[in-house]
Design a protein around this ligand. Structure first.
Ligand code: NAP
Ligand code: HSE
Length: 433
């Protein structure tokens, strides 16, 4: 039986789990080839990683590993530049197939790396980069190839979904939940990528390029993370019949592809609302098939390793799909619709000064922008009688569908009026999920 020689750079959460999975399963999906890790690289050679280095050549330098006598270079270090970029470039230029879980790398350099892979005529596979163990890339690239897609959306960051779930269900604070997600190996080395929405944006841009056959443009995503979500929002969501989820949403419009990442009010009972903890869910919609929803573990060592190994098994079977599903030269240039045009209903939390006429001022500014209000609720916390009344109150508004731009103008006017004491917090409502 012939051997596919694998070099792995990065032996942390995903790298160590990939080696454990490969060494536990010697048959490799009936590919007829041994998939053997023959060389590895990380920063610290002496760290105990739970597997033996015997029979594996150690490289201090990931680029040297990429250029060594291997068939496939597996990049599991992370980072959009530095050693990850240099080593993947080196591997592709020296004719090695590449497998990576690094969405930040692909988001920043996708078209460049696809170009190198095409020039060298070698595969560049990255199933693990989007939604952990879920075969999201395969589904959109292979199973739905040639079938029109209207939208791709979902929960694509395990860390954020884990944090929001525990904050909602257990009343824990944000920092405690984030620390736990880091301990469990879900978070990025720099967790701001997770909580500020960029990791979801990277994944969304990759999926969107394949789904809509456009060049990959991760700079054209409007991004808001979960730091602004407060317990008051989670309570209000419960009362209104929603859960708050960080969604990535890419939609084909007449003006181009709208790519957005933001916390979203999702109706309770829907597949996305009931996706909890580290689980991810990706929904793909198209006129021919309606909706497909894929769900499964979105982060963590062994779950992500399973996607890395699935790519290696494809290579062992001799499969070599185009990185973005078709030659880069046949992809359409990316076009982005004008900002502010997005239409939908919105939840707005406003900390208002407790003075006469405040409600009327809010309502009239909304009316001036043609925004109808479905609900307007003043949240007055219980206060013992001997204490003076609070000087500020929280008001929650739910709008009927309007545009982001109109709501932005109304809120700017409300701020200017001095009716609110802090910035309002706006969360789009997804009514059709
Ligand atoms: P990690 O636990 O922090 O591991 C990173 C590994 O890279 C470590 O072994 C580290 O070496 C090594 N490394 C860092 N800089 C290096 C350098 N300059 N030269 C050689 N080795 C270097 O990260 P991870 O969670 O496994 O993530 C790895 C990649 O998978 C990232 O791109 C991440 O976005 C992606 N990913 C992660 C998950 C997940 O759930 N964790 C899921 C999907 C995708 P030392 O061990 O010696 O420090
Ligand atoms: N940090 C990422 C997440 C890892 O939490 O989803 C999986 O891509």
């Amino acid at each position: 039986m012939s051997t596919l020689k694998i070099g792995i750079a990065g032996l942390g959460t995903v790298g160590a789990a990939t080696i454990a999975l490969l060494e536990a399963e010697p048959t490799h999906g009936g590919s007829g080839r041994n998939i053997e890790v023959t060389a590895v690289s990380a920063r610290d050679r002496n760290r105990d990683r739970g597997f033996s280095l015997e029979g594996k050549t150690w490289f201090d330098d990931a680029v040297a590993l990429a250029e060594s006598d291997i068939d496939v270079f597996v990049e599991l270090m992370g980072g959009a530049s530095g050693p990850a970029l240099a080593s993947v470039e080196a591997a592709l230029k020296s004719g090695k197939a590449v497998v990576t879980a690094n969405k930040a790398l692909l988001a920043a350099n996708g078209m460049h790396l696809v170009g190198l892979a095409e020039t060298a005529g070698v595969p560049l596979l990255y199933e693990a980069a989007v939604a952990g163990a879920i075969p999201a890339i395969r589904t959109v690239r292979d199973a739905l190839a040639g079938i029109p897609i209207d939208s791709v959306l979902g929960i694509m960051n395990g860390t954020c979904n884990y944090i929001l779930t525990r904050m909602e269900n257990e009343g824990l604070d944000f920092e405690t939940c984030l620390a736990e997600a880091q301990r469990l190996g879900y978070a990025e080395a720099d967790p701001t990528f997770d909580v500020d929405g960029f990791d979801t944006a990277h994944k969304l841009a990759i999926l969107s390029s394949i789904a809509f056959t456009t060049e990959l443009d991760a700079t054209a995503v409007s991004v808001e993370g979960i730091r602004g979500v407060e317990p008051a929002d989670l309570d209000a969501a419960r009362e209104l019949g929603f859960r708050i989820k960080l969604l990535g949403i890419a939609t084909m419009t007449e003006e181009g592809v709208d790519q957005r990442v933001h916390p979203t009010m999702v109706p309770r009972g829907s597949a996305l609302a009931e996706t909890s903890g580290v689980t991810n869910a990706v929904s793909v919609r198209g006129p021919a098939f309606g909706e497909l929803v894929l769900s499964g573990p979105g982060a963590g060592g062994s779950a992500t390793a399973s996607a890395v190994v699935s790519d290696l098994t494809d290579l062992a079977r001799g499969l070599a799909p185009s990185p973005l599903g078709r030659p880069a030269s046949s992809l359409m240039p990316f076009r982005r619709p004008q900002a502010g045009g997005h239409r939908g209903a919105f939840y707005v939390r406003l900390p208002i000064a407790d003075r006469a006429g405040a409600f009327a001022a809010l309502a009239s500014r909304m009316a001036a922008e043609g925004i109808s209000l479905e609900q307007i609720v003043q949240k007055t916390p219980h206060r013992p009688e001997h204490l003076p009344p609070l000087e500020q109150q929280t008001v929650v508004l739910v709008t009927y569908p309007t545009t982001e731009a109109a709501l932005g103008r109304a809120l700017a006017a409300i701020e200017k009026d001095g009716v609110i004491v802090r910035k309002p917090h706006v969360i789009p409502i997804a009514q059709t999920l």
